[in-house]
Design a protein around this ligand. Structure first.
Ligand SMILES: [Zn+2]
Length: 306
């Protein structure tokens, strides 16, 4: 992995922040650890991305730097193979947030990874993106292959459970350890985008005192979370582009302008990737027909009283 979009080691190291008595945790299903490293990787990397990005942002806006990433918490009306994620805030008697929780359906990190390995190369690889522009209909077959992999996982989940479901998806798509190297950056970019959206909900909760009960306002909140995610992604990937020879050598590019352009393209393509993934999430709820109406199951920013 190259971590094109993580320039932190290059020139953007921040000062360590002491957060006294602040705790974060990750809840993994134990069966994950009977699997191979590349099969566990999507869960570890999802949690790592949420914590790495989230703690700093929560600190910067004065919210508690405590996050629970829980892959075992069931989401209402959500099957384990649904494409979804959720954020909730636990508040004290004064209505102040104590900590934030990020949940996913059981198979979601695996599905995000399978999407990154099958669909994202046509968006992020310049040569494949050029071919895709010449032949846009090629997307249909690539997306179908990804969906067939998700189906294989879902069937194995029903028959045998989570660990077998993860392996069945990998086998269907011929994924192995070498794919970590091939698509790790695409996966990281997608996770950053998904994570920023969920953290955007946490950010909104700072000034939204009550859950909003009507769909129009819910859609508005989702739009705001998307805008926050887009702004943070722009800050990270474009504004944070290091102006150093070391980074240019890593990227194989000659000038600062080239690296900014390349990172800008990745940021835009990440938006396209999320649009495709969101439409497939809609298809899971709409008898297989793609739609962007999956919002009705994407309930986030809920508040839990402690
Ligand atoms: Zn949302």
């Amino acid at each position: 992995m190259v971590f094109y979009l993580d320039p932190t080691p290059m020139n953007n190291q921040i000062e360590p922040i002491e957060m006294v008595r602040k705790l974060s945790s990750i809840v993994f299903p134990s069966c994950l650890f009977s699997l191979a490293k590349d099969e566990i990787f999507p869960y570890e990397y999802f949690a790592y991305t949420i914590l790495e990005e989230g703690i700093i942002y929560l600190h910067s806006i004065g919210l508690p730097e405590s996050i629970i990433v829980d892959f075992t918490h069931p989401l209402p009306h959500c099957s384990p193979w649904y494409i979804n994620a959720s954020c909730s805030t636990t508040i004290d008697s004064a209505g102040q947030p104590i900590y934030f929780s990020i949940f996913t359906p059981l198979l979601a990190p695996t599905i995000f990874y399978m999407f990154s390995a099958t669909v994202l190369p046509i968006l992020f690889d310049d040569k494949k993106f050029s071919d895709f522009k010449q032949n846009p209909s090629s997307l249909r077959g690539i997306v179908q292959r990804f969906i067939d992999g998700v189906d294989a996982s879902a069937i194995a989940y029903v028959d045998q459970g989570l660990a077998h479901a993860i392996r069945a998806g990998y086998r269907h798509l011929d994924l192995d350890f070498s794919d970590l190297q091939n698509c790790g950056d695409y996966f990281g970019c997608l996770l950053m985008h998904i994570g920023y959206h969920e953290l955007g909900h946490a950010y909104i909760s700072k000034f939204t005192r009550n859950d909003v009960p009507n769909p129009i306002n819910d859609r508005a909140l989702e739009l705001i979370a998307d805008l926050i995610a887009t702004k943070w992604l722009f800050d990270r990937t474009v504004m944070g582009t290091p102006d150093t020879d070391e980074y240019r050598n890593l990227r194989g590019l000659n000038t600062y302008a080239d690296t900014i352009m390349s990172n800008s393209l990745m940021s835009v393509r990440s938006q396209m990737a999320l649009l495709i993934l969101s439409s497939i999430a809609g298809a899971q709820l709409n008898s297989g027909t793609p739609t962007l109406a999956a919002l009705r199951l994407h309930h986030t920013a809920g508040k839990v009283f402690q």
